[in-house]
Design a protein around this ligand. Structure first.
Ligand SMILES: *Cc1c(COP(=O)(O)O)cnc(C)c1O
Length: 430
């Protein structure tokens, strides 16, 4: 093979496990050779062969403005020229914290970290420290980064303790993690009835983007909030993907509209708030956050936390997306994409369902939108994989796995959406 992507993949595999620094990039789920990206601009990626793709991955969510947005690049360059890292506080960190708090009423204080994994892990420790309890609930199919206690799948039977999903995670480390089916009220009631008094928290992706795109139903979220409150457990919303992506106020702003008084106790952010640089955050009320060191007994730290270049990048991104009309336009465009894909599938008689919120979308080769992980994995994987490759060959870069949400950016034009629809029609034919 003379393809440069192929040559790079061979070379990468000699020095990097699987040739990648994060497993999904290896294309194992869909097969074939990953594209090595040489550059990106606006809505497009170019691979090592200089082939152009319309990008619906957006670095898995952060690139909400598209690649190389001038205001963001300018902010990054100016910050870099003032110094890459100080290990001391900066004014920009205050500005980013203020910007996050301004848009998310449940959050009075935030702490900045460098990855979503770190943020979710710290949020769990904070919940445990604040409640003095050990157990936690997570939901199957939700991903909260790769901290040991969260790499857990359901055991057999109802509301049992989970099993590690990774080697290297001792059973003892996950013995406090209870794994429940997403959107399953019966399991939820049973778990709280049995363990309510020992629960530090329940952590959930409000719109689960790590099993493609599955919304927590409003009555389910409502009941989860009630049960947490009744039993003195904290509700942790993992908005690493949905925060500043489905709406300026995150998915919690949507649930707050449907459920009077709805607020999570702790929120976790990442992806968009870093604008493409390594940055994430967790936040809560001042009362809960004061449990953290140096004020309180819960230890948490980071050499590069609040890094000035990453902070400048995040701040510039948040300023752009806070402009009036930004989310209305993004949501309309994303809906158009989903509609054109659905219409193409319908014309071809392909079983297909799709959904979107703000700049995030998902689609399934299934008649109805799945409500939990079991239904997601029951959708037609072979068909997805064929569709993925057919789209890639036509210059459309979708997430290389059926379990992943898709993302539209402000840089995607109507022509890009139309071209994607045309590619999909050809792909369904093929
Ligand atoms: C991406 C993601 C994480 C992990 O973030 P990293 O920056 O990859 O560590 C955690 N939770 C959710 C919901 C995510 O989508």
């Amino acid at each position: 093979m003379t393809d440069r992507n192929h040559a790079l993949f061979e070379r990468a595999q000699r020095v990097i496990p699987g040739g990648v620094n994060s497993p999904v990039r290896a294309f194992r789920a869909v097969g074939g050779t990953p594209r090595f990206i040489s550059r990106a601009q606006g809505a497009y990626l170019w691979d090592a062969e200089d082939r152009r793709y319309i990008d619906y991955v957006g670095s898995w969510g952060p690139m909400i403005l598209g690649h190389g947005h001038p205001a963001v690049i300018d902010a990054v360059q100016r910050a870099a020229s003032r110094g890459l890292s100080f290990g001391a506080p900066t004014e920009a960190e205050i500005e980013l914290a203020e910007a996050i708090i301004a848009h998310v009423p449940s959050v009075e204080q935030v702490r900045l970290v460098s990855s979503g994994t770190e943020a979710a892990m710290s949020a769990i420790r904070l919940a445990r420290g604040a409640t003095g309890r050990a157990k936690l609930i997570k939901f199957e199919g939700c991903y909260h980064g790769h901290a040991d206690a969260l790499l857990v799948k359901a055991g057999s039977g109802l509301a049992t303790f989970g099993h590690p999903t990774s080697a290297g995670v001792p059973r003892e480390v996950v013995q406090h993690t209870i794994v429940l089916e997403y959107n399953n009220l019966t399991q939820l009631e049973a778990a709280f009835a049995q363990h309510g008094g020992e629960l530090a928290c329940a952590i959930i992706e409000p719109i689960a983007g790590n099993m493609n795109f599955v919304r927590a139903q409003v009555p389910f979220m409502h009941r989860l909030r009630e049960l947490c409150t009744q039993h003195g457990a904290l509700l942790v919303l993992d908005e690493v993907m949905t925060g500043f992506r489905v709406a300026l106020g995150g998915a919690q702003s949507l649930y707050a509209r449907a459920i009077p008084g709805f607020r999570p106790d702790i929120s976790v952010f990442g992806k968009v708030i870093g604008g493409g640089m390594p940055l994430a955050a967790f936040g809560a009320t001042r009362d809960i956050m004061s449990q953290l060191a140096p004020l309180g007994p819960v230890y948490q730290a980071g050499t590069l936390s609040g890094n000035p270049v990453a902070t400048a990048c995040g701040l510039a991104t948040l300023r752009e997306i806070a402009k009036p009309g930004f989310f209305d336009a993004l949501a309309a465009k994303t809906r158009r994409l989903v509609e054109t894909l659905s219409a193409s599938a319908r014309e071809r008689g392909v079983a297909f369902s799709a959904d979107s919120e703000g700049g995030m979308f998902g689609f399934f080769f299934a008649e109805h939108l799945p409500q939990h992980y079991g239904a997601v994995i029951a959708s037609d994987k072979e068909r997805f994989n064929r569709f993925f490759h057919a789209m890639l060959a036509r210059g459309v870069y979708l997430a290389p796995a059926l379990y992943e949400a898709g993302f539209v950016s402000a840089a995607h034009s109507d022509d890009d959406i139309a071209a994607t629809g045309a590619a999909a029609r050809e792909a369904f034919d093929a």
